[in-house]
Design a protein around this ligand. Sequence first.
Ligand code: ATP
Length: 252
Amino acid sequence: MVTLQLDQVGAYYGKTLTVSEISTPVLKGGEIVAVIGPNAAGKSTLFKRVAGLLKGPGHIRLEGSAKGKRAISYMPQDSSANAVLTVYESILLARKQGQSWSVRDDDLRLIDHIMEALDIRDLSFRDLGALSGGQRQLVSIAQTLAREPDVIIMDEPTSALDLHRQMEVLAFMRKQAKQRGMIVMIAIHDLNQALRFADKTLIIAKGRMVACGLSGDIITADMLRDVYRVEARIERCSRDLSHVIVDGNLAV
Ligand SMILES: Nc1ncnc2c1ncn2[C@@H]1O[C@H](COP(=O)(O)OP(=O)(O)OP(=O)(O)O)[C@@H](O)[C@H]1O
Protein backbone atom coordinates (compact mmCIF):
# COMPACT_ATOMS: atom_id res chain seq x y z
CA MET A 1 0.00 0.00 0.00
CA VAL A 2 1.16 3.52 -0.81
CA THR A 3 1.71 5.83 2.16
CA LEU A 4 2.62 9.49 2.37
CA GLN A 5 3.71 11.47 5.37
CA LEU A 6 4.74 15.09 5.62
CA ASP A 7 7.24 15.74 8.39
CA GLN A 8 7.92 19.38 9.31
CA VAL A 9 7.59 20.40 5.66
CA GLY A 10 8.15 23.99 4.59
CA ALA A 11 8.46 25.83 1.26
CA TYR A 12 10.51 28.77 0.02
CA TYR A 13 9.76 31.38 -2.61
CA GLY A 14 13.30 32.65 -3.16
CA LYS A 15 14.60 33.22 0.37
CA THR A 16 11.19 33.61 1.99
CA LEU A 17 9.92 30.64 3.96
CA THR A 18 6.23 31.01 3.06
CA VAL A 19 5.01 27.72 4.55
CA SER A 20 6.57 25.91 7.49
CA GLU A 21 6.22 23.03 9.93
CA ILE A 22 3.49 21.07 8.16
CA SER A 23 3.24 17.52 9.50
CA THR A 24 0.62 14.89 8.83
CA PRO A 25 -0.11 11.45 10.18
CA VAL A 26 0.72 8.64 7.76
CA LEU A 27 -1.75 9.06 4.88
CA LYS A 28 -2.76 5.76 3.34
CA GLY A 29 -3.75 4.68 -0.17
CA GLY A 30 -7.48 5.16 -0.67
CA GLU A 31 -7.71 8.27 1.50
CA ILE A 32 -9.01 11.64 0.37
CA VAL A 33 -7.39 14.51 2.24
CA ALA A 34 -8.91 17.99 2.00
CA VAL A 35 -6.51 20.90 2.46
CA ILE A 36 -8.40 23.95 3.66
CA GLY A 37 -7.59 27.44 4.90
CA PRO A 38 -8.21 31.10 4.09
CA ASN A 39 -6.91 32.84 0.97
CA ALA A 40 -3.10 33.11 0.92
CA ALA A 41 -2.79 30.54 3.75
CA GLY A 42 -0.24 28.53 1.76
CA LYS A 43 -2.27 25.65 0.31
CA SER A 44 -0.95 26.02 -3.27
CA THR A 45 2.56 26.63 -1.97
CA LEU A 46 2.45 23.40 0.03
CA PHE A 47 1.16 21.53 -3.03
CA LYS A 48 4.00 22.87 -5.19
CA ARG A 49 6.46 21.71 -2.53
CA VAL A 50 4.93 18.21 -2.41
CA ALA A 51 4.98 18.11 -6.23
CA GLY A 52 8.71 18.93 -6.17
CA LEU A 53 8.35 22.40 -7.75
CA LEU A 54 9.57 24.33 -4.69
CA LYS A 55 12.37 23.71 -2.24
CA GLY A 56 12.07 23.76 1.53
CA PRO A 57 12.86 22.08 4.83
CA GLY A 58 11.34 18.86 6.13
CA HIS A 59 10.69 15.44 4.66
CA ILE A 60 8.05 14.13 2.28
CA ARG A 61 8.00 10.37 2.83
CA LEU A 62 6.36 8.46 0.01
CA GLU A 63 6.53 4.69 0.45
CA GLY A 64 5.14 1.67 -1.38
CA SER A 65 5.19 3.24 -4.84
CA ALA A 66 6.92 1.65 -7.81
CA LYS A 67 6.21 4.54 -10.17
CA GLY A 68 9.30 6.72 -9.59
CA LYS A 69 8.82 10.19 -11.02
CA ARG A 70 5.28 9.35 -12.08
CA ALA A 71 4.16 8.59 -8.52
CA ILE A 72 2.77 12.07 -7.88
CA SER A 73 0.51 13.95 -10.27
CA TYR A 74 -0.19 17.62 -9.63
CA MET A 75 -3.13 19.59 -11.01
CA PRO A 76 -2.43 23.31 -10.59
CA GLN A 77 -5.10 25.88 -9.79
CA ASP A 78 -4.74 27.61 -13.14
CA SER A 79 -5.51 25.10 -15.85
CA SER A 80 -5.42 27.45 -18.84
CA ALA A 81 -4.00 25.79 -21.96
CA ASN A 82 -2.44 27.31 -25.04
CA ALA A 83 -1.49 24.09 -26.78
CA VAL A 84 -3.08 23.46 -30.18
CA LEU A 85 -4.45 20.04 -29.28
CA THR A 86 -7.84 18.45 -29.11
CA VAL A 87 -9.20 17.40 -25.74
CA TYR A 88 -8.60 13.72 -26.52
CA GLU A 89 -5.04 14.33 -27.72
CA SER A 90 -4.24 16.31 -24.58
CA ILE A 91 -5.46 13.49 -22.32
CA LEU A 92 -3.56 10.88 -24.31
CA LEU A 93 -0.45 13.06 -24.18
CA ALA A 94 -0.79 13.38 -20.40
CA ARG A 95 -1.03 9.58 -20.14
CA LYS A 96 1.98 8.88 -22.33
CA GLN A 97 4.24 11.65 -21.00
CA GLY A 98 7.45 10.10 -19.72
CA GLN A 99 6.47 6.66 -21.06
CA SER A 100 6.91 4.84 -24.34
CA TRP A 101 4.95 6.57 -27.11
CA SER A 102 3.31 3.39 -28.39
CA VAL A 103 -0.41 3.52 -27.63
CA ARG A 104 -1.97 0.32 -26.37
CA ASP A 105 -5.59 -0.75 -26.06
CA ASP A 106 -5.52 -0.36 -22.29
CA ASP A 107 -4.41 3.29 -22.69
CA LEU A 108 -7.47 3.96 -24.87
CA ARG A 109 -9.79 2.02 -22.55
CA LEU A 110 -8.64 3.98 -19.50
CA ILE A 111 -9.10 7.32 -21.28
CA ASP A 112 -12.58 6.28 -22.44
CA HIS A 113 -13.51 5.28 -18.90
CA ILE A 114 -12.31 8.56 -17.41
CA MET A 115 -14.00 10.70 -20.09
CA GLU A 116 -17.22 8.76 -19.67
CA ALA A 117 -17.18 9.14 -15.87
CA LEU A 118 -16.52 12.89 -16.15
CA ASP A 119 -19.15 13.15 -18.90
CA ILE A 120 -16.79 14.88 -21.36
CA ARG A 121 -16.80 12.41 -24.27
CA ASP A 122 -18.64 14.90 -26.44
CA LEU A 123 -15.64 17.24 -26.10
CA SER A 124 -13.14 14.71 -27.53
CA PHE A 125 -12.44 16.54 -30.80
CA ARG A 126 -12.82 20.10 -29.55
CA ASP A 127 -9.72 22.32 -29.40
CA LEU A 128 -8.43 22.90 -25.88
CA GLY A 129 -8.48 26.64 -26.48
CA ALA A 130 -12.21 26.63 -27.25
CA LEU A 131 -13.52 25.35 -23.92
CA SER A 132 -15.42 27.02 -21.12
CA GLY A 133 -13.71 27.41 -17.73
CA GLY A 134 -15.58 24.44 -16.27
CA GLN A 135 -14.89 22.25 -19.31
CA ARG A 136 -11.19 23.14 -19.09
CA GLN A 137 -11.16 22.13 -15.44
CA LEU A 138 -12.79 18.78 -16.24
CA VAL A 139 -10.18 18.12 -18.92
CA SER A 140 -7.38 18.92 -16.43
CA ILE A 141 -8.90 16.42 -14.01
CA ALA A 142 -9.02 13.82 -16.79
CA GLN A 143 -5.35 14.51 -17.68
CA THR A 144 -4.35 14.11 -14.03
CA LEU A 145 -6.25 10.83 -13.64
CA ALA A 146 -4.95 9.46 -16.97
CA ARG A 147 -1.43 9.44 -15.53
CA GLU A 148 -2.55 6.80 -12.99
CA PRO A 149 -0.34 8.14 -10.23
CA ASP A 150 -0.20 6.89 -6.64
CA VAL A 151 -0.72 10.37 -5.24
CA ILE A 152 -2.89 13.07 -6.78
CA ILE A 153 -2.60 16.66 -5.64
CA MET A 154 -5.41 18.85 -6.92
CA ASP A 155 -5.53 22.58 -6.31
CA GLU A 156 -9.18 23.67 -6.16
CA PRO A 157 -10.24 21.20 -8.89
CA THR A 158 -13.94 22.04 -8.64
CA SER A 159 -13.79 25.84 -8.35
CA ALA A 160 -15.24 26.39 -11.86
CA LEU A 161 -17.81 23.57 -11.77
CA ASP A 162 -21.57 23.73 -11.25
CA LEU A 163 -23.07 21.87 -8.29
CA HIS A 164 -23.94 18.73 -10.24
CA ARG A 165 -20.44 18.50 -11.70
CA GLN A 166 -18.82 19.14 -8.32
CA MET A 167 -20.68 16.19 -6.83
CA GLU A 168 -19.90 14.03 -9.87
CA VAL A 169 -16.17 14.80 -9.81
CA LEU A 170 -15.71 14.46 -6.05
CA ALA A 171 -17.67 11.19 -5.94
CA PHE A 172 -15.60 9.84 -8.86
CA MET A 173 -12.33 10.90 -7.24
CA ARG A 174 -13.39 9.14 -4.05
CA LYS A 175 -14.29 5.96 -5.94
CA GLN A 176 -11.01 6.03 -7.89
CA ALA A 177 -9.00 6.59 -4.71
CA LYS A 178 -10.62 3.59 -3.01
CA GLN A 179 -10.44 1.31 -6.08
CA ARG A 180 -6.88 2.13 -7.09
CA GLY A 181 -5.44 2.73 -3.62
CA MET A 182 -4.43 6.31 -4.48
CA ILE A 183 -3.95 9.12 -2.00
CA VAL A 184 -5.82 12.23 -3.16
CA MET A 185 -5.09 15.64 -1.66
CA ILE A 186 -7.58 18.33 -2.65
CA ALA A 187 -7.36 22.03 -1.80
CA ILE A 188 -10.93 23.18 -1.46
CA HIS A 189 -12.81 26.18 -0.09
CA ASP A 190 -16.20 24.46 0.26
CA LEU A 191 -16.04 23.02 3.78
CA ASN A 192 -19.27 21.08 3.29
CA GLN A 193 -17.66 19.23 0.41
CA ALA A 194 -14.63 18.56 2.63
CA LEU A 195 -16.92 17.14 5.33
CA ARG A 196 -18.76 15.03 2.79
CA PHE A 197 -15.94 13.65 0.65
CA ALA A 198 -12.67 13.85 2.61
CA ASP A 199 -11.59 11.22 5.11
CA LYS A 200 -9.07 13.62 6.61
CA THR A 201 -8.56 17.36 6.53
CA LEU A 202 -5.41 19.46 6.86
CA ILE A 203 -6.03 23.03 7.96
CA ILE A 204 -3.48 25.72 7.13
CA ALA A 205 -3.51 29.38 8.15
CA LYS A 206 -0.78 31.98 7.66
CA GLY A 207 1.65 29.36 6.35
CA ARG A 208 1.35 27.12 9.42
CA MET A 209 -0.59 23.99 10.18
CA VAL A 210 -3.58 24.47 12.44
CA ALA A 211 -4.68 20.82 12.58
CA CYS A 212 -4.72 17.59 10.63
CA GLY A 213 -7.14 14.80 11.42
CA LEU A 214 -10.53 13.30 10.68
CA SER A 215 -12.59 15.91 8.84
CA GLY A 216 -15.52 15.67 11.27
CA ASP A 217 -13.24 16.07 14.29
CA ILE A 218 -11.39 19.20 13.22
CA ILE A 219 -13.95 21.22 11.23
CA THR A 220 -15.56 22.76 14.30
CA ALA A 221 -17.28 26.01 15.23
CA ASP A 222 -14.21 27.04 17.26
CA MET A 223 -11.90 26.41 14.30
CA LEU A 224 -14.20 28.42 12.00
CA ARG A 225 -14.10 31.30 14.45
CA ASP A 226 -10.31 31.23 14.87
CA VAL A 227 -9.24 30.50 11.31
CA TYR A 228 -12.01 31.98 9.15
CA ARG A 229 -13.35 34.67 11.53
CA VAL A 230 -16.94 33.55 11.04
CA GLU A 231 -19.67 32.62 13.49
CA ALA A 232 -20.89 29.20 12.39
CA ARG A 233 -22.56 25.99 13.51
CA ILE A 234 -21.94 22.39 12.45
CA GLU A 235 -25.30 20.64 12.22
CA ARG A 236 -26.47 17.23 11.11
CA CYS A 237 -28.97 17.19 8.27
CA SER A 238 -31.77 14.64 7.83
CA ARG A 239 -29.36 12.43 5.83
CA ASP A 240 -27.01 12.38 8.80
CA LEU A 241 -24.35 14.46 7.04
CA SER A 242 -22.56 17.24 8.92
CA HIS A 243 -23.03 20.70 7.47
CA VAL A 244 -21.40 24.03 8.16
CA ILE A 245 -24.00 26.76 8.57
CA VAL A 246 -22.48 30.22 8.61
CA ASP A 247 -24.41 32.79 10.63
CA GLY A 248 -22.14 35.71 9.78
CA ASN A 249 -18.71 37.26 10.04
CA LEU A 250 -17.24 37.96 13.45
CA ALA A 251 -17.29 41.63 14.34
CA VAL A 252 -13.75 43.03 13.89
N1 ATP B 1 5.44 32.92 -6.92
C1 ATP B 1 5.35 33.49 -5.72
N2 ATP B 1 6.35 34.22 -5.21
C2 ATP B 1 6.28 34.79 -3.99
N3 ATP B 1 5.21 34.68 -3.17
C3 ATP B 1 4.17 33.95 -3.61
C4 ATP B 1 4.17 33.33 -4.90
N4 ATP B 1 3.01 32.68 -5.06
C5 ATP B 1 2.29 32.89 -3.93
N5 ATP B 1 2.99 33.65 -3.06
C6 ATP B 1 2.57 34.09 -1.72
O1 ATP B 1 2.56 32.95 -0.87
C7 ATP B 1 1.48 33.05 0.07
C8 ATP B 1 0.65 31.77 0.01
O2 ATP B 1 0.03 31.73 -1.27
P1 ATP B 1 -0.74 30.43 -1.78
O3 ATP B 1 -1.02 30.63 -3.22
O4 ATP B 1 0.01 29.23 -1.37
O5 ATP B 1 -2.09 30.52 -0.92
P2 ATP B 1 -3.42 29.66 -1.01
O6 ATP B 1 -3.69 29.15 0.38
O7 ATP B 1 -3.32 28.64 -2.08
O8 ATP B 1 -4.48 30.79 -1.36
P3 ATP B 1 -5.86 30.85 -2.20
O9 ATP B 1 -6.90 30.17 -1.36
O10 ATP B 1 -6.10 32.31 -2.30
O11 ATP B 1 -5.64 30.18 -3.52
C9 ATP B 1 0.68 34.31 -0.29
O12 ATP B 1 1.06 35.36 0.58
C10 ATP B 1 1.14 34.61 -1.71
O13 ATP B 1 1.10 36.01 -1.98
